[in-house]
Write a protein that binds this ligand. Sequence first.
Ligand code: ZN
Length: 238
Amino acid sequence: MTRVTVWNEFRHEREDEAVREVYPDGIHAVIADFLDERGFDVETATLDEPEHGLTEDVLAETDVLTWWGHDAHDEVSDEVVERVRERVLDGMGLVVLHSGHFSKIFKRLMGTTCNLKYREAGETERLWVLEPGHPIAAGVEESVEIPETEMYGERFDVPAPETLVFTSWFEGGEVFRSGCCYTRGAGKVFYFRPGHETYPIYRQPEVQQILTNAVEWAAPSDGPAPSFGKHSTPATEE
Ligand code: ZN
C-alpha cells in the first residue's frame, strides 16, 4: 500500500475566516480524507509541528509527499528542505500543489525562479488534458471546468516539463502549464496548479481523481540502486 504524507502550511485556515469556511480542518484534512478513501495509507504533517512534521522517520516511511504552502515558505527550515530533497532523489514521489510553486523544495528541485503571473478575481478555469494516455489523466474528461479560481498565467518560469499533462485556460485569456511531470534522481515530481485556499477546489471530484492518479504515478518504482564513482573492469575469466 502506498504511504502518503500530506503536508500543509496550515496557516490561512487558522487565521482567515473565509478560508476556514472552506477548509475548517485545513486543506490537508480534505486531501488526506479522499486519499484515504481511495485506499492509500495516509498521514498528515504541518509547518508548526516539530521539524514541520517531516522527521527522518516520517520521510523514511513516506512513498509520496504532497505539498501545499503559500504564506510561510521562508519558515520552512533549510535542513528539512534538504532532507526532503534527498528523499526525492532517492525515489520518494513529490506532488506540489498550487502556491507550492514558490516553496523552497520546488524551487530547489527546479533550479529556476518558478515565478508566474496571478490575479485573484474568481475566474473560471478550463483545464485541458494534453496527454490522454498518461496515467495522471486516467478517468478524467477531455477538459475539466473549475468554476471559480485564482488565475496563474505564463510565463511560468520552470524547466520544460518532461511531460505536460494539463494546460489551463482562464476567462481573462491567460494560459498556464498546470500539470507538469519531472524526474529528479529516482524520484518523480508532479506540479498541479489548481487549489487556491478560498475556493473548494480540493473538494471537486475531478480534482480528487487527478490527485489520486498523481500520487499513484509518483509512487517509487522498484528500480536498482545506482552505483557511482570509479568502476573497475569486470575480471575476465580464464
Ligand atoms: Zn492561491
